[in-house]
Design a binder for this molecule. Structure first.
Ligand code: XMP
Length: 317
């Protein structure tokens, strides 16, 4: 019978045998997968693990600093790299979703490669790949979350000459959460909603720029904090806010406004392959809508996405 305790114990033993006294680098994302992978490695090889956490400027509001602090509490050896400007620069003029993913993926590789080179003597690259990622990266059209699928055409980055270790490769998401819990990972990490690697970059329809990111971060923070405060966060598999590339007319006092709109999305799912839109209470939606429109200058309309997957994907891009 599979138990998370036995998995954690066995995995640590195997990692220790496999890696010995070698050095390992791992890219942390703030998500549960990379965090559990890091914790297992940390338990197995301690200080020989160095983690890199890149701020791509497309994270949720304040997420980089909060998560970095949380990682320090966990005792992980983490290097935080703020590369926001570089990502935004490389996204200029790009509107097509797959082109955005490529630009973000390539920038990530450049940044990661640069940082990885500074870690002397590393011979392993650890990744938080889980079983559904393995399956998806085998299908041609599936969204790919592995570093490999983003690789540069003009030659492989240096870190790709590293040997790859993926401690969670045979696990489903709920199993990853159980393992995380059994090794004492705090609930705020365990229960965190999935968040796409390209982040808010694929939730800003159209061109991504600093002002759009700021608008979306503000609106999204109101929505997510609202879900937490109302005790709804844990009932939702994934939630997020999408900045739409339309302006619509509104009134404020005697003034006519012509401003942006956001869509709120919340879904229930078990693995992200299929998903149903969440029937969030009207009172909650009304409250969040008011808060966003009153507090975020530049947004005058909020809509709720009532589409399920298939055919509508969870992300809009
Ligand atoms: P879709 O939009 O395909 O999303 O229904 C299914 C799940 O995958 C996430 N997603 C991504 N994750 N890179 C990622 O790391 C991506 O490019 C990407 N696209 C979608 C999405 O957030 C959802 O959890």
């Amino acid at each position: 019978e599979w138990t998370s305790e036995a998995f954690a114990e066995e995995s640590e033993k195997q990692l220790r045998e496999k890696i010995g006294d070698d050095k390992v680098i791992l890219g942390l994302s703030g998500g549960v997968d990379s965090t559990v992978a890091a914790m297992l490695l940390h338990r197995a090889i301690g200080k020989n693990l160095t983690c890199i956490f890149v701020d791509n400027g497309l994270l949720r509001k304040d997420e980089f600093t909060t998560v970095l602090k949380d990682y320090e509490v966990l005792g992980l050896n983490v290097i935080g790299v703020d590369a926001s400007d570089e990502f935004l620069e490389n996204l200029k003029g790009i509107t097509e979703p797959e082109a955005k993913r490529k630009a973000i993926g390539n920038t990530f590789i450049d940044v990661f490669d640069r940082e990885a080179k500074k870690i002397e003597g590393a011979t392993w690259l650890a990744q938080g790949t889980i079983y559904p990622d393995v399956i998806e990266s085998q299908s041609v059209n599936g969204p790919s979350k592995t570093i490999k699928s983003h690789h540069n055409v003009g030659g492989l980055p240096d870190f790709m000459t590293l040997k790859v270790v993926e401690p969670l490769r045979i696990l489903f998401k709920d199993e990853v959460r159980r393992v995380g819990r059994s090794i004492g990972l705090p609930e705020n990490f365990i229960k965190r909603h999935p968040f796409p690697g390209p982040g808010l970059g694929i939730r800003i329809l159209g061109e991504v720029n600093a002002e759009n990111v700021r608008l979306l971060q503000e609106a999204d923070a109101i929505y997510i904090n609202g879900l937490i405060e109302e005790g709804l966060y844990d009932e939702v598999w994934q939630a997020g806010t999408i900045l739409l590339p339309v302006q619509s007319v509104g009134v404020m006092g005697d003034e006519r406004t012509y401003e942006k709109a956001v869509a709120l999305r919340a879904v229930t799912s078990t693995d992200g392959m299929t998903a149903d839109w969440c029937h969030l209470p009207y009172e909650f939606l009304a409250k969040v809508s008011n808060q966003i429109i009153n507090q975020v200058r530049g947004i005058n309309r909020v809509v709720y996405d009532i589409s399920s997957k298939p055919p509508a994907t969870i992300e809009w891009e």
